[in-house]
Design a protein around this ligand. Structure first.
Ligand code: PRX
Length: 653
């Protein structure tokens, strides 16, 4: 079923792994019967279920109705007033967590900061007042382009405090990508840094913002946090650019939280689709708040003394939900690391675990595979005994990586939660519950409360056990996206038109006889490169924007570490010839247009692209060719697809 080039397992692993007895004893949910009863209710009586869960939160005003569902539009906690920053901070302080660390930060150079819930609230309130003073009002979109430092969650929570939705752009995206997102969100303010540390070098974030603002000039104000100092060499434009520390000096620490409507937008987050430019996924206030807090508590089994280390960048949805919002709402400390896992060497993560003693560690299969390649001796040297639970996210985890994670990092004593979800879902939808689920390496196991998945064929009919099909969700859950920013039609088209009456995920899956889900990768033209989502169309349009390129087709290819790599087939305009220099130039061009995550693993020149009679590029064929081998360095042979075209196969891609 899968069309992606995701790696397939070489290893058959049929064992199941029950939760260790020691874990079960202390788990938040430890009875399978209790799970079954709760799950049944969550599906049959979602309003009663979620209404009860929501009782534990802070509301300025309670809801009139828990759910209002008119496909494809849903509202949760209709009529309620709340504030997510209040629930992350003030509520925790009221519960006596004020002096407990909310954030434990380690910068790449090794600097460490501990920020308590009280201190975090002070910083958030001050920065919220800074935003207000700059004229930011409820509903205004605030763009954030920052490295993984505490000021990033401070800026997010400040936005949430005043009801201004944030739009965070991952620090690896290029100036063009920033200007596209700023333009689409019609955002007039950017929060950034002079730079961030990555592998010992300065990432020039402010300079990239300057470049972006040359392309789209609507941004009136830029706030710059000084992370680096001298070495960053920034230029500040008078009247437009302000230093964070200057503005904070005068800001008051008193900022009552805005009473937001349950359905007020909390944030936009851009993600790739199968066509066109990235879309702004809109998440709203109350449903997202309740869902991320509850999933965090149940799936990561959070307790007051846990230290959660989710290694995802806050620029992706995983960081939004499980570095910041879900974790802080549980009064739990979130460990934030600024830099790269291989700096100064591949022991960085293990050294950090030994030092800071996180209890829950949540990372991506691509990282696990990279660690595997370095060898277990680097892990074995360190004391990882603080860890009690491991998580995986972002892409299918191959059984080899699962087993290595279990044996080497988890020392066979930590349950692994392989969590399936998406930017659009806001929180985890399919996952083990660590105290009750017997895990099977490579399976995300069962749906979370309130989630009703199914595997169907193109006509929407449920397929048989163990048959591949399309993964859909049959009813809305609280953290479901509400729309695509500025394009409700695209929202309907993308998620609600392929399979009638269901949310279509874009993923292929199969369900086994135990009701376990096995994710099989994307079935559309979306790639998953190192757990990062990229549209083939985006990379293609970056390539054709180069003067030498006539036509481009991009497909996924299996990649040992990244899971999926990028293969680009390119035909050249008259007057240009294939060469290594041109390959390098195209490489650099894609990086400039999108960012380093989109750098092609292979660029292959060809005379023509293989097409069907109706002119569609035969992607399936290209995927097969790309999977066949690396052609790096071999630029002289042009692949002659004319032959294939002459055969005029009717193969629809
Ligand atoms: O294909 C699925 C894959 O990642 C896609 C969502 O990507 P994104 O919106 O960037 O969010 C990633 C982090 C939540 C999905 O459509 N995916 C995510 N988690 C898993 C996964 N595939 C298999 N197993 C997972 N655990």
């Amino acid at each position: 079923m899968t069309q992606s080039g995701a790696i397939t397992s070489k290893m058959a692993e049929n064992r199941t792994f029950p939760p260790p007895a020691k874990f079960v004893e202390q788990a938040n949910i430890k009875s399978l019967d209790e799970y079954r009863r709760m799950y049944e209710q969550s599906i049959r009586q979602p309003e009663e279920f979620w209404g009860k869960i929501a009782e534990g939160f802070h509301w300025f005003k309670k809801w009139d109705k828990v759910r209002d569902w008119k496909e494809p539009d849903v509202k949760w906690f209709v009529g309620a007033k709340t504030n997510v920053s209040y629930n992350c901070l003030d509520l925790q302080i009221e519960k006596g967590r004020g002096n407990h660390p909310a954030i434990l930060f380690e910068g790449e150079p090794g600097d460490v900061r501990k920020i308590t819930f009280k201190e975090l609230r002070t910083e958030v309130c001050k920065f919220a007042n800074v935003l207000k003073k700059l004229g930011v009002k409820k509903g205004d979109r605030v763009t954030i382009y920052m490295p993984m430092i505490p000021e990033l969650p401070i800026a997010m929570l400040a936005c949430a405090r005043i009801g201004a939705p944030h739009s965070i752009i991952f620090g690896g995206f290029s100036a063009t990508a920033i200007s596209d997102r700023v333009g689409d969100a019609d955002s007039h303010i950017i929060i950034t840094c002079d730079g961030g540390w990555r592998r010992g070098k300065v990432v020039p974030l402010k300079a990239t913002v300057d470049e972006a603002l040359e392309i789209d000039r609507r941004v009136k104000q830029v706030v710059v946090f000084k992370r680096i100092g001298e070495q960053a060499k920034v230029t500040m434009k008078a009247g437009r650019d302000f230093w964070w520390h200057d503005l904070m000096k005068e800001a008051s620490a008193d900022c009552p939280a805005e009473q937001c409507d349950a359905e007020d937008p909390l944030f936009l987050l851009y993600t790739s689709g199968s066509t066109g430019k990235p879309k702004g996924i809109k998440h709203t206030t109350a449903g997202y708040m309740v869902y991320t807090a509850f999933t965090s508590k149940m799936i990561f089994d959070l307790k007051p003394n846990d230290l959660m280390w989710c290694t995802a960048d806050i620029g992706w949805v995983t960081g939004h939900s499980y570095v910041v919002y879900g974790i802080l709402q549980n009064g739990v400390t979130s460990l934030i690391y600024e830099g790269s896992p291989d700096f100064p060497n591949w022991e960085r993560f293990w050294t950090m675990i030994e030092k800071h003693k996180p209890t829950v560690f949540y990372t991506a299969p691509t990282a696990i595979r990279a660690f595997m390649k370095q060898g277990r001796q680097l892990v074995d040297k360190h004391d990882l005994s603080s860890l009690r639970l491991l998580g995986s996210v972002g892409e299918p985890i191959n059984p080899e990586a699962w087993m290595w994670y279990h044996e080497v990092v988890g020392r066979k004593s930590c349950p692994i939660v392989d969590t399936w979800w998406q930017t659009e879902t806001g929180g985890i939808l399919i996952t083990p519950l660590p105290g009750i689920t017997d895990t099977k390496p490579g399976s995300a196991t069962r749906p979370f409360f309130g989630v009703e998945p199914d595997v169907v064929d193109r006509s929407g009919k449920t397929v048989n056990v163990n048959e591949g099909g399309l993964l859909v969700i049959r009813q809305p859950w609280p953290a479901m996206l509400r729309t695509v920013w500025g394009d409700h039609d695209r929202f309907k088209r993308t998620y609600w038109s392929d399979i009638k009456g269901c949310y279509f995920t874009g993923d292929g899956a199969r369900r086994d006889a135990d009701g376990y889900y096995w994710l099989m990768g994307r079935v559309d033209d979306v790639l998953n490169v190192s757990g990062h989502r990229l549209g083939t169309a985006e990379v293609e349009s970056a390539l054709v924007a180069h003067e030498a390129v006539a036509e481009a087709a991009v497909v996924g290819m299996p990649h040992e570490i990244k899971g999926e790599g990028i293969a680009a087939f390119v035909t050249l305009r008259k007057g240009f010839t294939a060469s290594d220099e041109l390959k390098k130039a195209l490489d650099a061009h894609v990086v400039k247009e999108i960012g380093a995550i989109a750098r092609p693993d292979q660029i292959r020149f060809s005379e023509a692209l293989p097409k069907t009679r109706s002119g569609k590029i035969m992607r399936r064929l290209l995927r097969e060719i790309a999977a066949g081998g690396d052609v790096k360095g071999d630029t002289t042979t042009l692949e002659d697809f004319n032959v294939i075209n002459k055969l005029r196969q009717d193969d629809e891609s």
